[in-house]
Unconditional design. Structure first.
Length: 95
């Protein structure tokens, strides 16, 4: 569990990030979860966009991915959300 100050620092880091994944009508599949898992291990902080044709909204998709991956939700605004999980092999972000 991260504190509100840590979440604020992570929001500031994610502010100028570009989304690296798009979630569309296919929804959250096992392959999508695996790709996000690998990206979290490599980057620790990622931003994901929900496309208009998707059946889920940003908040529910964020909650589902966090539960599946053990990640922390950082921010969910509009059709984008940010996830954080500390890397087990090579932690970069100091909280």
């Amino acid at each position: 569990m991260i504190t509100s100050k840590q979440r604020s620092a992570l929001r500031a880091m994610a502010n100028d990030m570009q989304p690296i994944f798009q979630l569309g009508k296919g929804g959250i599949t096992e392959n999508f979860i695996k790709q996000v898992d690998e990206a979290l291990e490599a980057r620790e902080l990622i931003k994901i966009t929900i496309l208009r044709n998707s059946d889920s909204d940003a908040r529910s998709a964020c909650d589902e991915l966090c539960a599946a991956l053990g990640a922390e939700p950082v921010q969910s605004i509009g059709n984008k959300f940010v996830l954080y999980r500390a890397s087990t092999k090579n932690p970069v972000i100091e909280l």
